[in-house]
Write a protein that binds this ligand. Structure first.
Ligand code: PFF
Length: 450
């Protein structure tokens, strides 16, 4: 039975809960897997510095923009654009966001499934059950991919069915501190290992000659993906936020948490790559580059854990893949929440049903990809590499030239009275109208035609 949309929507219980949920969305495979990989293949510290600049100049302003749209309308991305302007084009931007959410979720669930299956790979390896471990670690096996994708999606649907405060907020409040704890313990262990300094040096000693146009593009793309920007995830999370809260402060916390965790993950992974090399594990591909992507996390690290052997190897291995699974889960729930909130608001379907229908539909795509994992790169390219910056660009144009930055600043004023005429809002307006769109257009043009 259809209910009124507002009856269905829900709100965050506390500011802290919202910040953890938004940070949970941001912190994911993008931080613990993709960031260290990008850093490793782009000169370590040079990438880190450019990444931080991109986050500050583009990421933070766009995050504040998305939260303002969401909180001002209390609607999903499609409804939000419709509520703020008569222009018929912009609800399509919201719809593009919903579509990006669906498509990113469809492959993200499979990679998340790999991280979860590796918890068992580590256990089976420890128990000497090499056959079972080998079976689970075989990404070419569509059935195994599909089973773990179904498991992961099932968990995600269960949390989303629980609602905003009882589902998303409660789950992330539990998972995020656990994630930080595991990450800090593992990083502290790794950086004090003899041989870790080489990795730390590559990561922390900048070699500015490494900075190229390509590196800047990679850093910007990473900023969009990692901060969950450009597809309305933060419009949706902002729509459940109370007018009492300070959007600028919340966005700053979320950004800091995201960058902080990516930095820590780099401190863990970079030395680990070199420790693995010292143990005889091959860390370069045929052309002398670091083995990146799945090979880094699912090949190099398990080999290292296996060579450490015994209970230590098991503990580190299980903790690491459990950590990745947690980080992925707090992101998949935000990816599923975007299309779910769209169905709830726009079609008046109850949350429990909406979450199930959307989740199962996305799962159909995931299962197809499970058997054709080559599609991951294609879907990733269209919907995250191009899709997210494109969405971010259109959000900036919408605020800058249609809804107007003044209206967004009025929205920020709730919960932050003194911001009205501050230097910050003038600067933010200039960024949204000019700086962010121009930089994003350059990146998009480069990646499409460069
Ligand atoms: N930010 C997530 C990560 O770093 O893994 C990925 C993501 C989640 C992208 C949610 C977009 C999104 F809406």
């Amino acid at each position: 039975m259809a209910t009124s949309p507002t009856e269905n929507r829900g709100t965050w219980n506390s500011k802290f809960g919202f910040i953890l949920a938004a940070a949970g969305s941001a912190v994911g495979l993008g931080n613990i897997w993709r960031f260290p990989t990008e850093a490793a293949s782009n000169g370590g510290a040079a990438f880190l510095i450019i990444y931080i600049i991109c986050v500050a100049l583009i990421g933070l302003p766009v995050m504040i923009a998305e939260l303002s749209i969401g909180r001002s309308t209390q609607k999903n991305p499609v409804g939000a654009f419709r509520a703020l302007s008569n222009n018929k084009f912009f609800p399509l931007v919201g719809f593009w966001g919903v579509l990006c959410g669906v498509m990113i979720l469809s492959f993200y669930t499979i990679i998340a499934g790999w991280t979860f299956s590796h918890v068992f790979v580590e256990i089976f390896t420890f128990m000497g059950m090499d056959g079972a471990a080998g079976l689970l670690a075989d990404f070419g096996n569509g059935y195994i991919n599909a089973i773990f994708a179904i498991l992961f999606m099932g968990l995600t649907i269960l949390i989303i069915r629980g609602g905003v405060s009882e589902g998303i907020e409660r789950a992330t409040k539990l998972m995020m501190p656990l994630l930080v704890l595991i990450l800090v313990i593992m990083t502290s262990y790794v950086i004090f290992q003899p041989g870790a300094t080489e990795g730390l040096e590559v990561y922390l000693k900048p070699d500015f000659s490494m900075i190229t146009g390509e590196l800047v593009l990679a850093a910007l793309g990473q900023a969009f993906f990692s901060l969950s920007l450009g597809m309305g995830a933060l419009i949706t999370y902002g729509s459940y936020l109370s007018k009492k809260e300070n959007i600028v402060e919340a966005a700053s916390f979320v950004t800091l948490a995201d960058v902080g965790i990516a930095f820590l993950a780099g401190l863990l992974i970079m030395p680990t790559i070199f420790l693995a090399q010292a143990q005889g594990v091959e860390i370069y591909d045929g052309s002398g580059n670091f083995l990146a992507g799945p090979a880094l996390i699912f090949q190099i690290l398990p080999e290292l854990f296996a060579q450490m052997g015994g209970f230590l190897g098991l503990t580190l291995g299980v903790s690491f893949f459990f950590l990745l699974s947690l980080a992925a889960l707090t992101s998949t729930i935000s990816l599923l929440e975007v299309p779910t909130s769209y169905i709830i608001d726009e079609h008046g379907i109850r949350r429990k049903k909406a979450a199930l229908y959307v989740g199962l539909s996305v799962l159909v795509i995931s299962i197809i990809i499970s058997f054709n994992t080559g599609l991951i790169d294609v879907v990733d390219y269209v919907f995250s590499v191009i899709g997210l910056p494109l969405g971010g660009l259109l959000i900036c144009i919408f605020i800058g030239y249609f809804w107007k930055t003044k209206s967004a600043v009025d929205e920020m004023k709730h919960g932050f009275k003194d911001i009205r005429d501050s230097w910050f809002t003038s600067l933010w307006s200039i960024f949204i109208k000019f700086v962010c769109p121009i930089i994003i257009i350059i990146i998009l043009a480069q990646s499409l035609f460069g």
